[in-house]
Design a protein around this ligand. Structure first.
Ligand SMILES: C[C@@H]1O[C@H](OP(=O)(O)OP(=O)(O)OC[C@H]2O[C@@H](n3ccc(=O)[nH]c3=O)[C@H](O)[C@@H]2O)[C@H](O)[C@H](O)[C@H]1O
Length: 468
């Protein structure tokens, strides 16, 4: 074990869940630790390294080590990350991930780190038990803390029989710091199933709570000013030391650094006046049905505003073009764009023409919307994103959520209404959202705050290493 007082001797291993929404924030933390001389060994699927290499700022300190994701029945051949697997097959990816334990154990025996950061590999802490050259394990949560606090703490004694859980799931657990937060009944009904779905040998609920119970400490990608009470609640519930890294957001790359395949977006945006364009993105994993896709794009047409929608083709369609409603392209010519590939989201959000960001409230999208000047409209999909959206709307008061029907999907009218409310420059609601958002953006823009949080985080790690 290195001398915990000297960051230059610290050696940590990272092994996050195999989704870019996890891998990218873990690399951001790795960059901040390496900036202070910490050595990082980053375990990840081989195919993911190609996507992360360009963002590794300290390749002499941050080294990637490939993990082979074994094939298991039900998993698409060659699948290595969440992006390779449709949502209904993700439980097989958990099963395959579970089988990487021997590889990880072998790496840890060779690398002999001081600390291991993880969020899904619940068996990592036990690999250190009883070893002289053992390590401390930190569960580093990069998803919405409110989702952990609401669904996954010991006080949330969800009945194992699912039907009893729906009633229990509508309200927060005892001691929850934001007692006004609620799920709608149809949301609770749809969320019980994924919470108790089988992931390998365990249910998701047992798997996730075990990752917290086993850890030596817990850490969160947030600021005390934003998620402090929720993170304290989780730490108290699991009786663990808790630390905060801050969101560690990357700065948008300069426009001139846009890849050739991305320059079209910037020149398209340049055609519109400041703050007038509505941008919609649903992250790297979300795919919707064709009828949902059509309702969504008709909603943007209905706003009458310029819009850019970037999302994967809907289920059953090879391209977004083939999924567009009859006559849509002609009607929105010159004003609206629907694109089925990857776009430079950070640069779009920082572009002066972009005035509104409609997202699924993914972990990354949430932070990026708060760090932008855009008005925020949310259409969450998963049980984690729904609570993240509720928090943004009811606690932070910086966003509007599009009303969903019992079908769990929006109507073109409800989408258009939500966008018009936030884009109504003289409106009271739009004004309040903008004022609240500006305060949080100032916090997120403060370099001093970011550095102070990282210094405190490293100090907490050093205290952890000296504890028994
Ligand atoms: C664990 C899971 O990870 C998920 O990640 P997902 O990719 O859906 O969304 P983000 O977290 O916004 O992450 C997506 C990231 O990709 C970037 N991006 C995406 C599309 C594109 O075309 N261009 C881009 O630059 C975007 O800027 C963001 O940084 C969700 O969080 C979910 O809530 C969480 O539980």
């Amino acid at each position: 074990m290195g001398n915990p007082d000297d960051t230059k001797q610290l050696h940590v291993v990272m092994y996050p869940w195999i989704a870019y929404g996890h891998l990218i924030p873990y690399l951001h933390l790795s960059n901040k630790l390496a900036e202070r001389g910490v050595r990082v060994s980053f375990l990840l699927p081989k195919s993911a390294q190609a996507r992360l290499d360009k963002d590794n700022k300290y390749p002499h300190l941050i080294r990637f080590f490939p993990v082979t994701i074994p094939h298991v029945d039900g998993l698409p051949p060659g699948a290595e990350t969440n992006s390779d697997v449709p949502a209904h097959l993700v439980n097989h990816l958990f099963h395959a991930f579970d089988k990487t334990k021997p590889q990880v154990q072998s790496y840890l025996n060779d690398l002999k780190p001081d600390l291991v950061f993880y969020d899904t590999a619940y068996w990592i802490p036990a690999l250190s038990r009883g070893r002289i050259d053992g390590f401390k394990s930190v569960n580093y949560t990069i998803v919405h803390p409110i989702a952990i606090a609401f669904y996954l703490t010991p006080s949330r004694e969800l009945e194992k029989e699912m039907d009893d859980s729906v009633e229990a799931l509508i309200k927060p657990p005892p001691g929850f710091p934001s007692p006004a937060i609620r799920l709608k009944r149809h949301e609770a009904q749809s969320f019980v199933t994924p919470l108790f779905s089988k992931c390998g040998q365990l249910t998701f609920y047992d798997w996730a709570t075990t990752t917290y119970r086993e850890a030596d400490a817990v850490a969160f990608r947030s600021y005390r000013e934003i998620h402090g009470p929720l993170c304290d609640y989780i730490a108290q519930e699991y009786a663990k030391p808790m630390s905060l890294t801050g969101p560690l957001l990357p700065k948008a790359p300069p426009e001139e650094s846009s890849l050739d395949g991305e320059k079209w977006v910037i020149s398209w945006l340049n055609k519109f006046e400041a703050g007038s364009v509505v941008f919609c993105g649903f992250g790297s994993q979300t795919t919707v049905d064709k009828d949902q896709f059509q309702e969504l794009v008709l909603g943007f047409e209905l706003t009458g505003m310029p819009f850019l929608v970037a999302m994967k083709p809907p289920h059953g369609c090879a391209t977004v073009e083939e999924a567009l409603p009859e006559g849509f392209e002609e009607r929105v010519e010159g004003r609206g764009m629907v694109y089925g590939g990857w776009v430079p989201q950070l640069q779009i959000l920082q572009h002066p023409s972009t005035g509104c960001f409609v997202s699924h409230c993914g972990g990354g999208a949430m932070w990026e919307s708060l760090a932008s000047d855009c008005q925020i409209v949310l259409i969450p999909f998963t049980f984690e994103q729904t609570l993240g959206a509720r928090f943004m709307v009811e606690e932070l008061k910086v966003a509007v959520e599009v009303e969903t029907e019992e079908s769990m999907w929006i109507s073109k009218q409800s989408l258009s209404n939500a966008v018009k409310v936030v884009m109504d420059r003289g409106g009271a609601v739009a004004g309040e959202l903008k004022r609240n958002h500006a305060k949080l953006k100032a916090l997120l823009s403060s370099k001093d705050t970011e550095e102070t949080y990282v210094d405190n985080f490293i100090r907490d790690l050093q205290v952890l290493l000296q504890s028994y």
